[in-house]
Design a protein. Structure first.
Length: 480
């Protein structure tokens, strides 16, 4: 824990967590979620980021450093709870150590590139509960209050994305059917279900704009975000899955419930990854972690170390290399644009706007130069999907669909112009790359797009192009 607290703050924070630090500060300062801050994800991530900002402010730390330390503390608390559960289980010392070391590696080492991402936060909060489910009858009896706490804390993590719920669901479902009802009404699971229902009601009551404004747009345009099937499927983790299947088949079928429940967890994490179908590294993190944990468990459960079973050992090592080894190889997150954009920043709190479809174009650059973000969007995520949708639609036959895309583009254009007029960014970084992300090869010009509204030209007239950086034009506002 101390090593992590010293190690991680030396590096850039990932782009999504960096955006949440900026957006959560905007929210705490009075901006309205899903009106003045346009984010595709439900509000829980903002509520989980707020304590990090309060902590950083109270002790005088930079928000990024405060967030890192906050995440390290959560990881440490999760590891201690994990230790309490595992060391009381009816397992050999070696098996206990295998599960414990695997879990600690999952929250401290495997997320080296994605430290603080929602997938990492989910693992931190849900891991004690998932271990409780996986151990099943091999775990020590747990008091009612602790089981309720397990479900409650896990609900906070699993509610970050609905896909995550497939992991505990598959763990519960893979065990013998005769015990299914008793597993479903376990206090931990009932607490989890109750909190998820309460969270859905909370969103509808407190943040209705998420359901009325964000979800309808996201269903129309967000499918354009992400990679193709090659990026999704041709990953090292998929080859690790083949090795894990071979590991399961070695020397016959395993009869122990822990192995079966681990396989259910892996299946749930794989389904969650495939349902998102983006191919992004942080999306694969839970699946990668559970593959690693499953291979470590099977290695010990088969007694491969004692018997010197070379095949089982080799397969387990290959899985470890393709999962944990892959993330370690990637190393800590590196800010893609800070080095190129930072020379244009003259002072802290300088208002800046980046016109790009990539979140990583703006974050953590904005955090690292302490600039003031001048947009309601983390990136222009409305635009690519709507442009692609219009290009692919048969508008004479589908006029309503095309009208929806036109309306989304109108709203995006209006929002950008309003943000520039209100926030008066001193610097505009405009993506002028020929191949812009998620436009599927379409040519797109941000300034020409904005100039379709007559209100934009007077705003642009106050800017002068002052340079290029990493495929972006840089425009500086001239006076008031």
């Amino acid at each position: 824990m101390v090593v992590a607290a010293l190690f991680y703050p030396q590096f850039s924070l990932n782009h999504d967590s960096s955006w949440y630090l900026v957006a959560t500060r905007m929210w705490l300062d009075g901006e309205r979620l899903y009106v003045g801050i346009i984010e595709i994800n439900p509000p829980l991530a903002f509520y989980l980021t707020a304590p990090a900002l309060y902590f950083a402010g109270s002790v005088g730390l930079a928000p990024t450093t405060g967030f890192y330390l906050y995440t390290v503390v959560l990881s440490g608390a999760s590891s201690l709870w994990l230790m309490r559960i595992v060391l009381r289980a009816n397992l050999s010392t070696g098996a206990q150590m295998a599960l414990l070391i695997g879990g600690i590696a999952g929250v401290f080492v495997m997320p080296v590139r994605e430290f603080g991402q929602r997938e990492h936060i989910m693992l931190i909060l849900a891991l004690p509960y998932l271990y409780y489910l996986i151990l099943g009858d091999r775990g020590a009896p747990i008091k009612l209050a602790e089981r309720i706490a397990l479900g409650a804390v896990a609900a906070i993590g699993l509610a970050l994305k609905p896909h995550f719920l497939l992991i505990p669901a598959l763990i519960v479902l893979v065990a013998p059917l005769r015990d299914l009802f008793s597993r479903m009404i376990d206090p931990a699971n009932l607490t989890l279900g109750t909190m998820l229902v309460a969270y859905a009601v909370f969103i509808a009551a407190v943040h209705p704009e998420y359901l009325s404004q964000i979800v309808p747009v996201a269903t129309q345009v967000y499918s354009s975000y992400g990679g193709g099937w090659v990026q999704v499927l041709l990953r090292r983790e998929m080859f690790a899955l083949l090795c894990f299947v071979a590991l399961c088949c070695c020397r016959g079928k395993l009869a122990d419930g822990i192995s079966l429940r681990l396989q259910g967890a892996i299946a749930g994490a794989l389904m969650a990854y495939l349902l998102q179908f983006k191919g992004w590294n942080y999306h694969v993190l839970p699946f990668s972690f559970l593959l690693m944990l499953g291979s470590v468990w099977l290695f010990w459960a088969r007694g491969a170390f004692v018997r010197r079973d070379m095949l089982v050992g080799a397969l387990a090592i290959v899985v470890l290399v393709l999962t944990l080894g892959r993330q370690v190889e990637l190393g800590p997150y590196r800010a893609p644009t800070t080095a190129a954009f930072a020379p244009f920043i003259e002072r802290p709190d300088m208002p800046v706007l980046v016109l790009s479809s990539n979140v990583f174009a703006s974050f953590p650059f904005i955090n690292e130069v302490q600039a003031r973000w001048s947009s309601r969007f983390p990136a222009q995520w409305y635009i690519p999907g709507a442009m692609v949708g219009l290009a692919q639609a048969d508008c004479p036959r589908e006029p309503q669909q095309c009208a929806r895309f036109d309306d989304i583009l109108f709203r995006a254009r209006t929002a950008i112009i309003e943000d520039i007029a209100r926030n008066r960014p001193e610097l505009l970084f405009v993506d002028v790359r020929r191949e812009k992300s998620y436009f599927e090869g379409l040519t797109f010009d941000y300034l020409a797009f904005l100039q379709r509204d007559p209100a934009f030209d007077p705003l642009l007239a106050s800017y002068r192009k002052v340079g290029h950086a990493a495929g972006y034009e840089v425009w500086r506002r001239q006076g008031d």
